[in-house]
Ligand binder design. Structure first.
Ligand SMILES: [Zn+2]
Length: 279
């Protein structure tokens, strides 16, 4: 209870601080999906996120209890917007599928973000330490068990707000042009990091980098074999680029719950294939 209050107060303070503060040092972050974002990270100014229209609050439905793995049922109320993009109706669904064709509702922000108690590649506060509570708890179990097996996994980048993604995207448009930006960076609402169900992880032996090399570390190998036991999948597997729209990312894990993760792992398929949402 007290912890939760402290958490909420901390969040409020941070929201205020981040409105006025810039130039936090940000560690190397991938950006999954785009080399451009890496450059962005060198330019700290992108971290000041423009502020701050009041955000639409996400619906109060908490649906993480739902364990219906029948995707078709769950996706029924999604709708297609004027740009031909599917807007996800229930952004709190742990089985949601966000990709280049499917986006979160504008301004979506999870209501239950917490910082998992796991080692990070950096010390200072950053919104990207957060995950949704259900994913954070699973993450703690995964890290604890991997440590027992002698692994030294490190968390690098989790939640990314709509505003930060928007700032990154707009920056890319300004500096690289629209076409390039569209190709290499996720548009706001289309980044899986905005769901709060994702974390990029790495290891000291590859200097916490988010590169394919990570797969060659003992941590990377362990993660590929065991992530599903804790409810996570390797979201962008090798050889599935056409389906996911993204290159192989052995470091990017996504929480989907144990049942779905097990199926996906055993069948060696993607989240899109599992829910019959292959573009
Ligand atoms: Zn990622």
């Amino acid at each position: 209870m007290a912890m939760k209050k402290i958490g909420i107060i901390t969040l409020i303070i941070i929201t205020f601080l981040s409105a006025c503060q810039s130039n936090e040092t940000s560690p190397k972050e991938s950006t999954d999906n785009s080399t451009i974002e890496k450059e962005l990270n060198k330019k700290e100014s992108i971290d000041d996120v423009p502020n701050d229209e009041a955000k639409d609050q996400a619906s109060d439905e908490t649906s993480e209890q739902k364990d219906n793995i029948n995707g078709e049922q769950e996706k029924k109320e999604d709708y297609v917007n004027e740009d031909g993009i599917v807007v996800i109706s229930d952004p709190n669904d742990i089985h949601l599928v966000v990709n280049k064709q499917r986006k979160l509702p504008d301004g979506y922000e999870p209501e239950d973000l917490v910082v998992p108690n796991v080692p990070f590649s950096f010390d200072e506060w950053n919104e990207k330490k957060q995950m949704r509570e259900v994913a954070a708890k699973a993450m703690e179990k995964l890290f604890a068990e991997s440590a027992k097996q002698g692994m030294e996994l490190v968390a690098v980048s989790g939640y990314r707000s709509f505003e930060r993604q928007k700032a990154i995207y707009n920056y890319n448009v300004e500096t690289q042009g629209l076409e390039h930006a569209q190709k290499y960076s996720a548009m706001p609402g289309h980044s899986e990091h905005q769901t709060g169900l994702t974390m990029d992880v790495s290891a000291a032996t590859v200097a916490f980098s988010l590169e394919e090399d990570f797969r060659q570390t003992k941590e990377g190998e362990w993660l590929e074999k065991h992530a599903h036991e804790y409810g996570f999948i390797i979201r962008y597997p090798k050889g599935k680029e056409e389906i996911t729209g993204y290159s192989y990312e052995p470091w990017h894990i996504r929480y989907v719950g144990k049942d779905v993760a097990k199926e996906i792992y055993e069948q060696q398929i993607t989240l899109e294939e599992f829910f019959n949402l292959v573009p």
